[in-house]
Design a protein around this ligand. Structure first.
Ligand SMILES: *Cc1c(COP(=O)(O)O)cnc(C)c1O
Length: 369
Protein backbone atom coordinates (compact mmCIF):
# COMPACT_ATOMS: atom_id res chain seq x y z
CA UNK A 1 0.00 0.00 0.00
CA UNK A 2 2.30 2.81 -1.18
CA UNK A 3 0.14 5.59 0.20
CA UNK A 4 2.52 7.75 2.22
CA UNK A 5 5.31 9.39 0.24
CA UNK A 6 7.17 10.68 3.25
CA UNK A 7 6.76 10.82 6.99
CA UNK A 8 3.33 12.27 7.74
CA UNK A 9 1.20 12.85 10.78
CA UNK A 10 -2.39 12.30 9.76
CA UNK A 11 -4.83 14.38 11.78
CA UNK A 12 -8.29 12.89 11.75
CA UNK A 13 -10.92 15.55 12.45
CA UNK A 14 -13.71 12.98 12.53
CA UNK A 15 -11.97 11.34 15.48
CA UNK A 16 -11.62 14.74 17.15
CA UNK A 17 -15.36 15.31 16.75
CA UNK A 18 -16.09 11.87 18.18
CA UNK A 19 -13.90 12.52 21.23
CA UNK A 20 -15.39 15.97 21.78
CA UNK A 21 -18.93 14.58 21.74
CA UNK A 22 -17.96 11.68 24.02
CA UNK A 23 -16.40 14.01 26.62
CA UNK A 24 -19.27 16.48 26.40
CA UNK A 25 -21.75 13.66 27.02
CA UNK A 26 -20.10 13.03 30.40
CA UNK A 27 -20.97 16.45 31.84
CA UNK A 28 -24.18 18.44 32.30
CA UNK A 29 -25.37 20.49 29.34
CA UNK A 30 -24.89 23.82 31.12
CA UNK A 31 -21.26 23.12 32.03
CA UNK A 32 -18.90 24.95 29.70
CA UNK A 33 -16.16 23.13 27.82
CA UNK A 34 -12.65 24.52 27.54
CA UNK A 35 -10.48 22.84 24.92
CA UNK A 36 -6.77 22.77 25.70
CA UNK A 37 -4.80 23.35 22.49
CA UNK A 38 -1.36 24.13 23.92
CA UNK A 39 1.83 22.70 22.40
CA UNK A 40 0.43 22.72 18.83
CA UNK A 41 -2.73 21.01 20.07
CA UNK A 42 -0.75 18.23 21.70
CA UNK A 43 1.63 17.89 18.79
CA UNK A 44 -0.90 18.06 15.97
CA UNK A 45 -1.88 21.48 14.52
CA UNK A 46 -3.42 24.06 16.84
CA UNK A 47 -5.10 26.17 14.14
CA UNK A 48 -6.81 23.26 12.37
CA UNK A 49 -7.85 21.68 15.67
CA UNK A 50 -9.11 24.95 17.17
CA UNK A 51 -11.16 25.77 14.07
CA UNK A 52 -12.81 22.37 14.20
CA UNK A 53 -13.48 22.71 17.93
CA UNK A 54 -15.05 26.12 17.40
CA UNK A 55 -17.33 24.55 14.81
CA UNK A 56 -18.16 21.74 17.29
CA UNK A 57 -19.16 24.35 19.87
CA UNK A 58 -16.35 24.56 22.40
CA UNK A 59 -16.78 27.52 24.76
CA UNK A 60 -13.18 28.34 25.57
CA UNK A 61 -9.61 27.57 24.60
CA UNK A 62 -6.43 27.35 26.62
CA UNK A 63 -2.82 27.56 25.52
CA UNK A 64 0.32 27.54 27.65
CA UNK A 65 2.20 30.53 26.25
CA UNK A 66 1.23 33.87 24.79
CA UNK A 67 2.64 33.23 21.33
CA UNK A 68 0.44 30.15 21.02
CA UNK A 69 -2.60 32.32 21.64
CA UNK A 70 -1.43 35.03 19.25
CA UNK A 71 -1.13 32.39 16.52
CA UNK A 72 -4.74 31.32 17.04
CA UNK A 73 -5.97 34.93 16.93
CA UNK A 74 -4.00 35.58 13.72
CA UNK A 75 -5.79 32.62 12.16
CA UNK A 76 -9.23 33.88 13.06
CA UNK A 77 -10.07 32.03 16.27
CA UNK A 78 -12.60 34.20 18.09
CA UNK A 79 -13.59 32.25 21.23
CA UNK A 80 -11.94 33.33 24.49
CA UNK A 81 -8.39 32.05 24.97
CA UNK A 82 -6.95 31.47 28.44
CA UNK A 83 -3.15 31.66 28.58
CA UNK A 84 -2.12 29.22 31.30
CA UNK A 85 1.46 30.30 31.83
CA UNK A 86 2.06 33.90 30.77
CA UNK A 87 5.15 35.92 31.61
CA UNK A 88 4.93 39.62 32.44
CA UNK A 89 7.11 40.51 29.46
CA UNK A 90 4.14 39.58 27.23
CA UNK A 91 1.31 41.44 28.97
CA UNK A 92 0.90 44.10 26.27
CA UNK A 93 0.63 41.41 23.62
CA UNK A 94 -2.00 39.65 25.69
CA UNK A 95 -4.19 42.73 25.71
CA UNK A 96 -3.47 43.59 22.08
CA UNK A 97 -4.75 40.15 21.01
CA UNK A 98 -7.60 39.85 23.52
CA UNK A 99 -6.03 36.91 25.31
CA UNK A 100 -6.93 36.17 28.92
CA UNK A 101 -4.06 35.60 31.35
CA UNK A 102 -3.86 33.15 34.20
CA UNK A 103 -2.67 35.27 37.11
CA UNK A 104 -1.05 32.95 39.60
CA UNK A 105 1.03 35.09 41.95
CA UNK A 106 0.85 38.48 43.60
CA UNK A 107 3.72 39.77 41.51
CA UNK A 108 2.14 38.68 38.24
CA UNK A 109 -1.31 39.98 39.27
CA UNK A 110 0.02 43.41 40.26
CA UNK A 111 2.11 43.66 37.17
CA UNK A 112 -0.83 42.79 34.92
CA UNK A 113 -3.06 45.37 36.60
CA UNK A 114 -0.40 48.05 36.01
CA UNK A 115 -0.15 47.18 32.31
CA UNK A 116 -3.92 47.06 31.90
CA UNK A 117 -4.29 50.46 33.62
CA UNK A 118 -1.63 51.97 31.39
CA UNK A 119 -3.49 50.66 28.34
CA UNK A 120 -6.73 52.14 29.74
CA UNK A 121 -8.51 48.82 30.12
CA UNK A 122 -11.76 48.40 32.06
CA UNK A 123 -12.96 45.03 33.40
CA UNK A 124 -10.32 43.12 31.50
CA UNK A 125 -11.01 39.36 31.89
CA UNK A 126 -8.40 37.51 33.94
CA UNK A 127 -8.26 34.07 35.50
CA UNK A 128 -7.14 33.41 39.05
CA UNK A 129 -5.33 30.17 39.72
CA UNK A 130 -5.48 28.61 43.16
CA UNK A 131 -2.97 26.10 44.45
CA UNK A 132 -4.82 23.20 46.07
CA UNK A 133 -1.98 20.72 46.31
CA UNK A 134 -0.24 20.36 42.96
CA UNK A 135 2.25 22.98 44.16
CA UNK A 136 2.99 24.24 40.70
CA UNK A 137 1.30 27.58 39.90
CA UNK A 138 -1.29 29.43 41.94
CA UNK A 139 -2.18 31.37 45.06
CA UNK A 140 -2.16 29.67 48.43
CA UNK A 141 -5.00 30.08 50.87
CA UNK A 142 -3.38 32.81 53.04
CA UNK A 143 -2.99 35.03 49.95
CA UNK A 144 -6.66 35.10 48.99
CA UNK A 145 -7.55 38.17 51.00
CA UNK A 146 -4.82 40.13 49.25
CA UNK A 147 -5.98 38.94 45.81
CA UNK A 148 -9.52 40.03 46.61
CA UNK A 149 -8.32 43.47 47.67
CA UNK A 150 -6.13 43.94 44.61
CA UNK A 151 -8.94 43.04 42.26
CA UNK A 152 -11.82 44.88 43.90
CA UNK A 153 -9.88 48.05 44.66
CA UNK A 154 -10.19 49.14 41.03
CA UNK A 155 -12.18 48.32 37.92
CA UNK A 156 -9.26 47.50 35.65
CA UNK A 157 -9.70 43.75 35.69
CA UNK A 158 -12.55 41.37 36.35
CA UNK A 159 -12.28 37.70 37.34
CA UNK A 160 -13.51 35.69 34.36
CA UNK A 161 -12.78 32.47 36.20
CA UNK A 162 -11.24 30.94 39.27
CA UNK A 163 -9.53 27.61 38.76
CA UNK A 164 -7.18 25.01 40.10
CA UNK A 165 -5.50 21.87 38.78
CA UNK A 166 -5.68 18.31 40.09
CA UNK A 167 -2.48 16.42 40.85
CA UNK A 168 -3.65 12.84 40.29
CA UNK A 169 -7.12 12.81 38.76
CA UNK A 170 -6.34 9.60 36.82
CA UNK A 171 -5.10 7.70 39.85
CA UNK A 172 -7.76 5.94 41.97
CA UNK A 173 -5.26 5.33 44.73
CA UNK A 174 -5.11 9.10 45.21
CA UNK A 175 -8.87 9.52 45.44
CA UNK A 176 -8.82 10.96 48.98
CA UNK A 177 -6.20 13.52 48.01
CA UNK A 178 -8.19 14.53 44.94
CA UNK A 179 -11.42 14.90 46.91
CA UNK A 180 -9.41 17.02 49.36
CA UNK A 181 -8.22 19.26 46.53
CA UNK A 182 -11.80 19.69 45.30
CA UNK A 183 -13.02 20.61 48.82
CA UNK A 184 -10.18 23.08 49.32
CA UNK A 185 -10.94 24.63 45.92
CA UNK A 186 -14.55 25.12 46.96
CA UNK A 187 -13.51 26.84 50.21
CA UNK A 188 -10.84 29.05 48.69
CA UNK A 189 -13.09 30.07 45.83
CA UNK A 190 -15.88 31.05 48.17
CA UNK A 191 -13.50 33.24 50.15
CA UNK A 192 -12.37 34.92 46.97
CA UNK A 193 -15.67 35.57 45.22
CA UNK A 194 -18.31 35.85 47.95
CA UNK A 195 -18.53 39.64 47.79
CA UNK A 196 -18.29 40.09 44.04
CA UNK A 197 -21.34 41.46 42.21
CA UNK A 198 -20.78 38.99 39.35
CA UNK A 199 -20.17 35.26 39.10
CA UNK A 200 -16.87 34.00 37.70
CA UNK A 201 -16.65 30.57 36.05
CA UNK A 202 -15.15 27.87 38.29
CA UNK A 203 -13.12 24.92 37.04
CA UNK A 204 -10.78 22.27 38.37
CA UNK A 205 -11.27 19.20 36.13
CA UNK A 206 -8.93 18.14 33.34
CA UNK A 207 -9.79 15.13 31.16
CA UNK A 208 -9.40 12.50 33.89
CA UNK A 209 -11.06 14.87 36.34
CA UNK A 210 -14.20 15.21 34.28
CA UNK A 211 -14.31 11.44 33.64
CA UNK A 212 -13.62 10.35 37.23
CA UNK A 213 -15.12 13.23 39.23
CA UNK A 214 -17.99 14.55 37.07
CA UNK A 215 -19.66 16.03 40.17
CA UNK A 216 -16.67 18.38 40.43
CA UNK A 217 -17.23 19.84 36.97
CA UNK A 218 -18.36 23.16 38.53
CA UNK A 219 -19.19 25.56 35.66
CA UNK A 220 -16.46 24.53 33.21
CA UNK A 221 -14.10 21.62 32.48
CA UNK A 222 -10.73 21.76 30.73
CA UNK A 223 -9.89 18.91 28.44
CA UNK A 224 -6.76 18.26 26.43
CA UNK A 225 -5.62 14.66 26.16
CA UNK A 226 -9.16 13.28 25.89
CA UNK A 227 -9.85 15.39 22.81
CA UNK A 228 -6.82 13.83 21.15
CA UNK A 229 -8.07 10.34 21.92
CA UNK A 230 -6.54 9.25 25.22
CA UNK A 231 -8.35 8.59 28.48
CA UNK A 232 -5.45 7.78 30.83
CA UNK A 233 -7.40 4.60 31.59
CA UNK A 234 -7.64 1.25 29.80
CA UNK A 235 -11.41 1.29 30.32
CA UNK A 236 -11.84 4.71 28.73
CA UNK A 237 -9.39 4.38 25.83
CA UNK A 238 -11.68 2.11 23.76
CA UNK A 239 -14.31 4.89 23.76
CA UNK A 240 -11.90 7.46 22.34
CA UNK A 241 -10.17 7.60 18.96
CA UNK A 242 -6.58 8.82 18.60
CA UNK A 243 -6.59 11.89 16.36
CA UNK A 244 -3.02 11.47 15.15
CA UNK A 245 -1.56 8.61 13.13
CA UNK A 246 2.16 8.77 12.39
CA UNK A 247 3.17 7.09 9.14
CA UNK A 248 6.33 6.80 7.13
CA UNK A 249 7.71 4.72 4.24
CA UNK A 250 10.43 2.22 3.53
CA UNK A 251 13.35 3.99 1.82
CA UNK A 252 15.59 0.98 1.32
CA UNK A 253 15.71 -2.73 2.13
CA UNK A 254 18.86 -4.85 2.34
CA UNK A 255 19.55 -8.49 3.02
CA UNK A 256 22.24 -9.08 5.66
CA UNK A 257 24.15 -12.17 6.70
CA UNK A 258 25.21 -13.21 10.19
CA UNK A 259 28.17 -11.19 11.40
CA UNK A 260 26.98 -7.91 9.91
CA UNK A 261 25.99 -5.08 12.22
CA UNK A 262 23.38 -2.34 11.77
CA UNK A 263 23.68 1.33 12.54
CA UNK A 264 25.84 3.56 14.74
CA UNK A 265 28.13 1.92 17.25
CA UNK A 266 27.31 -1.48 15.71
CA UNK A 267 24.70 -2.05 18.37
CA UNK A 268 22.58 -4.56 16.42
CA UNK A 269 24.42 -7.73 15.49
CA UNK A 270 22.85 -9.87 12.78
CA UNK A 271 22.63 -13.50 13.94
CA UNK A 272 20.57 -15.07 11.16
CA UNK A 273 19.98 -13.98 7.57
CA UNK A 274 17.89 -10.82 7.96
CA UNK A 275 16.05 -8.22 5.90
CA UNK A 276 16.59 -4.77 7.29
CA UNK A 277 14.55 -1.77 6.16
CA UNK A 278 15.52 1.88 6.53
CA UNK A 279 12.87 4.52 7.33
CA UNK A 280 13.02 8.33 7.03
CA UNK A 281 12.17 9.12 10.64
CA UNK A 282 14.42 9.59 13.65
CA UNK A 283 14.89 11.23 17.00
CA UNK A 284 14.71 14.68 15.42
CA UNK A 285 11.17 13.79 14.31
CA UNK A 286 10.13 12.69 17.79
CA UNK A 287 11.01 9.01 17.84
CA UNK A 288 13.53 9.16 20.63
CA UNK A 289 16.55 6.93 21.12
CA UNK A 290 14.75 5.15 23.92
CA UNK A 291 12.65 3.30 21.30
CA UNK A 292 15.70 1.78 19.61
CA UNK A 293 17.47 -1.51 20.35
CA UNK A 294 14.25 -3.49 19.83
CA UNK A 295 12.51 -1.79 22.75
CA UNK A 296 9.72 -0.83 20.37
CA UNK A 297 8.67 -1.40 16.80
CA UNK A 298 6.46 -0.22 13.96
CA UNK A 299 3.91 -1.91 11.69
CA UNK A 300 4.64 -2.88 8.09
CA UNK A 301 1.68 -4.20 6.13
CA UNK A 302 -0.02 -5.10 9.40
CA UNK A 303 3.00 -6.91 10.87
CA UNK A 304 5.18 -5.86 13.79
CA UNK A 305 8.76 -4.96 12.89
CA UNK A 306 11.17 -4.12 15.75
CA UNK A 307 13.47 -1.09 15.59
CA UNK A 308 17.01 -2.44 15.52
CA UNK A 309 20.16 -0.67 16.61
CA UNK A 310 20.30 2.95 17.67
CA UNK A 311 17.72 5.47 16.50
CA UNK A 312 19.54 8.05 14.35
CA UNK A 313 18.60 11.69 13.93
CA UNK A 314 16.64 11.21 10.70
CA UNK A 315 16.59 7.45 10.24
CA UNK A 316 15.60 4.23 11.95
CA UNK A 317 16.26 0.68 10.82
CA UNK A 318 13.72 -2.08 11.35
CA UNK A 319 13.86 -5.83 10.99
CA UNK A 320 11.38 -6.95 8.31
CA UNK A 321 12.59 -10.54 8.03
CA UNK A 322 9.61 -12.67 7.05
CA UNK A 323 7.37 -9.66 6.36
CA UNK A 324 6.14 -9.22 2.82
CA UNK A 325 7.12 -5.67 1.88
CA UNK A 326 9.08 -3.62 -0.59
CA UNK A 327 10.73 -0.21 -0.84
CA UNK A 328 8.10 2.52 -0.91
CA UNK A 329 5.64 0.63 1.30
CA UNK A 330 3.82 2.46 4.04
CA UNK A 331 4.86 1.98 7.67
CA UNK A 332 2.72 2.86 10.68
CA UNK A 333 4.69 4.22 13.61
CA UNK A 334 1.68 4.87 15.83
CA UNK A 335 -2.06 4.75 15.35
CA UNK A 336 -3.98 1.98 13.57
CA UNK A 337 -2.50 -1.37 14.58
CA UNK A 338 -0.17 0.27 17.12
CA UNK A 339 -2.02 2.09 19.87
CA UNK A 340 0.14 5.10 20.77
CA UNK A 341 -0.19 4.28 24.46
CA UNK A 342 1.48 0.93 23.82
CA UNK A 343 4.36 2.60 22.01
CA UNK A 344 4.69 5.22 24.76
CA UNK A 345 4.79 2.50 27.40
CA UNK A 346 7.47 0.62 25.48
CA UNK A 347 9.58 3.78 25.82
CA UNK A 348 8.76 4.22 29.50
CA UNK A 349 6.65 7.32 28.93
CA UNK A 350 3.02 8.43 28.51
CA UNK A 351 0.81 9.39 25.59
CA UNK A 352 1.25 13.12 26.33
CA UNK A 353 5.00 13.03 25.76
CA UNK A 354 4.90 10.78 22.70
CA UNK A 355 2.34 12.83 20.77
CA UNK A 356 3.62 16.29 21.71
CA UNK A 357 7.07 15.12 20.63
CA UNK A 358 6.23 14.82 16.93
CA UNK A 359 8.38 17.57 15.49
CA UNK A 360 7.33 20.41 13.21
CA UNK A 361 9.28 19.11 10.22
CA UNK A 362 6.89 16.15 9.95
CA UNK A 363 4.23 16.96 7.34
CA UNK A 364 0.70 17.24 8.73
CA UNK A 365 -2.07 15.78 6.60
CA UNK A 366 -5.60 16.72 7.57
CA UNK A 367 -8.37 14.17 7.18
CA UNK A 368 -11.73 15.95 7.24
CA UNK A 369 -14.69 14.54 9.11
C1 LIG B 1 -2.49 20.85 30.13
C2 LIG B 1 -3.51 21.27 31.15
C3 LIG B 1 -4.81 20.74 31.10
C4 LIG B 1 -5.22 19.61 30.19
O1 LIG B 1 -5.06 18.37 30.88
P1 LIG B 1 -5.46 17.00 30.18
O2 LIG B 1 -5.02 15.98 31.17
O3 LIG B 1 -4.67 16.94 28.91
O4 LIG B 1 -6.91 17.02 29.93
C5 LIG B 1 -5.75 21.28 31.97
N1 LIG B 1 -5.43 22.27 32.85
C6 LIG B 1 -4.17 22.76 32.94
C7 LIG B 1 -3.89 23.81 33.94
C8 LIG B 1 -3.17 22.27 32.10
O5 LIG B 1 -1.92 22.75 32.22
Amino acid sequence: MPEAKETVLEINLGNLAHNYRFLRSKIDKDVKFLSVVKAHAYGSDSVVIAKKLEELGTDYFAVAYVEEGVRLRKHGITKPILVLHPQFTHFEEIIEHCLEPNLYSEKILQSFIITAERLKQKNYPVHIKLNTGLNRLGFDQPEIKKVRELITSNKTVRIASVFSHLAASEDWKERDFTVGQIDLFRKMTWELIKDLDYEPLLHICNTSGLLNYPKAAFSMVRSGIGLYGYGNDANIDPHLKPVGTLKTIISQIRQLDPGATVGYNRVFKVEKPSRIATLPIGHADGINRIYGKQKAGVYVNGKYAPIVGNVCMDIIMIDVTGIECEEGDEVVVFGGPQHPVKLAEAGGTISYELITGVQRRVTRRIIQE
